[in-house]
Design a protein around this ligand. Structure first.
Ligand code: GLP
Length: 236
């Protein structure tokens, strides 16, 4: 495991962009995350693209998760998030960007997503972490999940993410890649910032490996890079 502790969110985002850029230039398949943490990274990648330093035209992206039951055009959907923070701002071919569809036949969608990940193995997976240690939307549980599946969101996740849902009811379910699929990425970058993540990041990186803290499985990955600010990484 490599750990980069940067002074603040801006520098951690710049560092993350420098690590991710070569994967983009070489046309790899990149697993993408949402949440507030990677927004700075996406901003830095947009800057590099506008400066003609990186070219998104050959990459494929596979997002971790999506809420169940949101309207296709909902501003709270992860498709909308990805379009507005990255895809609409760079020269990516949107036909090469994949996000689970949280509407319609969910069993079929889970199968479609599993096949997609098999067809396009993930070279680099970008992750954030929830306050309860979730990655993607894999909530604490009795076992590590394997494939794409539908989850009931926990109270901790509902409380943390409800800030994004003003005037719209927050969904109680989501569709997410499984832990084994995340783990199968050749390389993983875990991004973390802010004091409020310090305890969970210590548990995830230094505590026992347990599905009660889903991110703890990352301790076993052979190419994990953690990039964070001093507040989040103060205990590791
Ligand atoms: C959501 C996403 C996760 C993300 C988490 C943390 O639950 N499904 O992929 O890591 O939020 O969000 P934030 O970065 O806003 O703390």
């Amino acid at each position: 495991m490599k750990i980069f502790t940067e002074g603040d969110y801006e520098h951690m985002s710049m560092m993350a962009a420098n690590v991710v850029a070569p994967y983009i230039c070489s046309g790899m398949t990149i697993g993408l995350a949402t949440g507030s943490t990677p927004i700075g990274l996406y901003g830095e990648l947009v800057k590099k693209c506008r400066a003609n330093k990186i070219d998104f035209s050959r990459i494929k992206t596979i997002n971790l998760d999506e809420y169940v039951g949101l309207d296709k055009d909902s501003k709270q959907s992860y498709r909308y998030f990805m379009d507005s923070f990255l895809f609409d701002l760079v020269n990516i071919d949107k036909r090469n960007t994949f996000i689970p569809n949280g509407n319609g036949d969910l069993d079929k969608e889970c199968k479609r997503y599993d096949e997609l990940i098999e067809r396009y193995p993930i070279d680099l997976q970008i992750l954030g972490i929830g306050h309860n240690g979730h990655i993607g939307f894999n909530e604490p549980s009795d076992s590590f999940s394997k494939n794409t599946h539908v989850v009931e969101l926990t109270k901790s996740t509902m409380d943390a993410n409800s800030r994004f849902f003003t005037g719209e009811k927050m969904p109680e379910k989501a569709i997410t890649m499984g832990i084994a699929q995340i783990f199968s990425a050749k390389s993983i970058i875990l991004l973390v910032n802010g004091e409020s993540k310090a305890d969970i990041i210590r548990e995830a990186l230094l505590g026992p490996i347990t599905p009660r803290v889903p991110a703890s499985i990352l301790q076993l990955h052979e190419d994990l890079t953690v990039i964070g600010d001093m507040a989040a990484l103060k205990y590791v």
